[in-house]
Ligand binder design. Structure first.
Ligand SMILES: O=P(O)(O)OC[C@H]1O[C@](O)(CO)[C@@H](O)[C@@H]1O
Length: 235
């Protein structure tokens, strides 16, 4: 694992952007993308850049179940607003939260097999989740329906009018699916992520802390701001 600590999220996001640019310069064609607040600055930098993504394919990690593409709370909507409307890609693949579970998840795995992810961007939940894979998810999991933890619902409720409106289930790439990416960039900002980051980087590799599995991947860059790095003993 390569660990990069920057003074603030802006500098950290700029570094992540440079890594993506480098990978594209070396032939990367498929980007795995994340939602949530963490990549928002990265997406702004991508939007404002003069980089052409029209030859690139994107594949998103997860989507809420029961929300249609045009719901303002769907990750489809989020990605279009944050990136795709300003920077058209050749193809954007996102899970369809309204589709049949079995068919949708199997088809998504086929899409990833046909378009191996060169660079996967990841955030991390305060409980160590990656994608929407909550603690206890099997390390050999593939794209599947997942139940969200109350802590995830609570941290995502800021995007909804009411906590009751936050979907309780989602479709998410599995842990094994995420690990199939050639390169992984994990970003985390803020002191509320510090303990999950410490456990992920320095703790035991355990299904109880999904992000700890990244210790087994051969090309992971972890990009933190100082607050997220504050509990690390090895810097
Ligand atoms: O970036 P945030 O909003 O802190 O969310 C962290 C993680 O949680 C998710 O949004 C899922 O809850 C992930 O996609 C994200 O990486």
């Amino acid at each position: 694992m390569k660990l990069i600590i920057k003074a603030n999220p802006e500098e950290a996001s700029r570094y992540a952007f440079e890594k993506i640019q480098e990978a594209m310069g070396s032939g990367a064609k498929v980007l795995g993308l994340a939602t949530g607040s963490t990549p928002v600055k990265l997406y702004r930098i991508m939007r404002e850049s003069d980089i052409d993504f029209s030859g690139m394919t994107s594949i998103n990690l997860d989507e809420y179940m029961g929300l249609s593409e045009d719901s303002p709370h769907s990750y489809h909507h989020f990605m279009h607003e944050q990136l795709f409307d300003a920077k058209p890609f050749k193809k954007n693949y996102l899970l369809d939260g309204m589709a049949d579970e079995k068919e949708e998840c199997a088809q998504f795995e086929e899409i990833i097999a046909a378009n191996p992810i060169d660079v996967q961007i990841l955030g991390i939940g305060t409980n160590g989740h990656i994608g929407f894979n909550e603690p206890g998810t099997a390390f050999d999991s593939r794209t599947q329906k997942v139940a969200l933890w109350q802590s995830t619902i609570d941290s995502n409720k800021r995007y909804f009018a009411d906590e009751k409106d936050v979907p309780r289930f989602a479709y998410s790439m599995g842990i094994q699916t995420i690990l199939s990416a050639k390169k992984i960039i994990l970003m985390a900002f803020g002191k509320e992520k510090a303990s999950a980051i410490k456990a992920a980087l320095e703790g035991p590799i355990t299904e109880e802390l999904p992000a700890s599995v990244l210790q087994t991947h051969k090309d992971v860059t972890v990009i933190l701001d100082e607050e997220a790095a504050q509990m690390l003993s090895k810097k």
